[in-house]
Design a binder for this molecule. Structure first.
Ligand code: SAH
Length: 355
């Protein structure tokens, strides 16, 4: 699933098959979203058997599926070597968003995030990234069925996408192919906790996804505690890299800061003013998404009350910083930001259907 059409050509070439077979297989896997060679009935039976001997079309298996009251679906999958992978399908009126994981677990130790408690288990391959999207679309619409509206992707599941940079970029290339899923980078947002060299690197990439940067605090003192990666790349360096990225944007394009709102921790009016001043000082025009904390045992935080979030937002806006409040999705099934930790939650039996 992680091979480009050109790489597939090499594989079929080595098997003594004509090049057009590569396109056929690529289309079968990515546009028709077939999950086994056996289903590719447009290939000679003998070729299907030879393919099945040397390759696999799918390596992820779905262990559980949870459906939230708001229609959000969380898939708990596992890799061939038994590591958990989580994917979230978020239906919206005019589009769907699929939130995928780039790593099993995560090496960063953000204090408010449940995934952090797993530690890093393993970085996912390009194929495992693409497969997550295929599995979610097949479950939502049926195998190979046309999707009724556009699909947006966010690399905001488990893991730090910029520590999975190569497989991530590889997967995005495969998914952009018009013969396959045809989800172009412009429909993808990659969220980072602030891996500065990769932000700079992405600034130089022409056909690239949108960028979101998780801030969570406007001072090094607080960010060191909430997001220890800040000790390696403190705010000054992070925001300088963000500025460089901003300068590479096309007219009208913007990038996003995410700010998780933790009750009594980072949500005061003083912090709001500091945040606005910080962004203004660095002359950043990025918008800020305020994300109320999604609580989860054993995280020692609570979501900020609504009035607090509104007051915080008003201060940012009064200082010329555009801010939006994000509505949490799928909290009841542990599908929301920062809640992905391979949990087998108990939900109403009729909603919990192993796939
Ligand atoms: N590692 C990447 C992407 C995954 S997290 C990153 O840090 O950006 C996606 C977003 O969810 C981040 O902005 C993160 O700060 C936020 N988040 C993490 N835990 C959360 C929680 N418990 N409640 C709300 N948002 C959370």
């Amino acid at each position: 699933m992680g091979l480009s059409p050109a790489e597939l050509s090499v594989v079929v070439g080595e098997m003594g098959e004509p090049a057009f077979r590569a396109r056929q297989i690529f289309t079968a896997l990515h546009r028709r979203r077939l999950r086994s060679f056996d289903e590719m009935t447009d290939l000679p039976k003998e070729l299907r058997a030879r393919l099945a001997e040397r390759a696999t079309t799918s390596t992820l298996t779905v262990e559980s599926r949870y459906v939230a009251e708001d229609g959000t679906r969380r898939y708990l999958m596992k890799t061939h070597d038994n590591f958990p992978v989580e994917t979230v399908f978020i239906p919206e009126e005019r589009r769907d968003t699929i939130c995928f994981s780039s790593q099993s677990g995560c090496p960063l130790k953000c204090d408010f995030c449940l995934t952090a408690k797993l530690g890093l288990l393993r970085t996912l391959t390009a194929g495992e990234i693409v497969e997550q999207i295929v599995i979610a679309l097949n479950d939502a619409y049926g195998v190979g069925a046309k999707t009724p509206h556009g699909t947006n992707l966010v690399a905001m599941g488990a893991g730090e996408p910029f520590l999975a940079f190569e497989p991530l970029m590889k997967a995005l290339g495969v998914m952009a192919d018009p013969d396959g899923l045809h989800i172009v980078p412009n429909r993808v947002t990659v969220s980072t906790a602030g891996i500065v060299p990769r932000i700079r690197e992405l600034a130089g990439v022409a056909d690239r996804p949108h960028l979101a940067v998780s801030l969570a605090a406007p001072t090094d003192e607080l960010r060191d505690v909430l997001m220890p990666i800040n000790k390696k790349w403190p705010l000054k360096e992070l925001l300088a890299a963000c500025k460089e990225f901003e300068l590479s944007l096309k007219p009208g394009e913007r990038f996003t800061f995410e700010y998780v709102m933790l009750d009594g921790v980072n949500d005061s009016d003083v912090y709001a003013r500091q945040l606005a001043n910080l962004l203004n000082r660095h002359q950043l025009r990025a918008k800020v998404n305020l994300i109320p904390h999604n609580p989860a045992e054993p995280l020692p935080y609570c979501p900020s009350p609504e009035e607090r979030v509104e007051s915080f937002k008003a201060i940012l806006e009064a200082k010329g910083v555009q801010a939006f409040v994000r509505r949490p999705r799928g909290r009841d099934i542990y599908a929301a930001c920062g809640q992905l930790a391979a949990l087998r939650t108990t939900v109403q039996p009729d909603l919990h259907q192993p796939a």
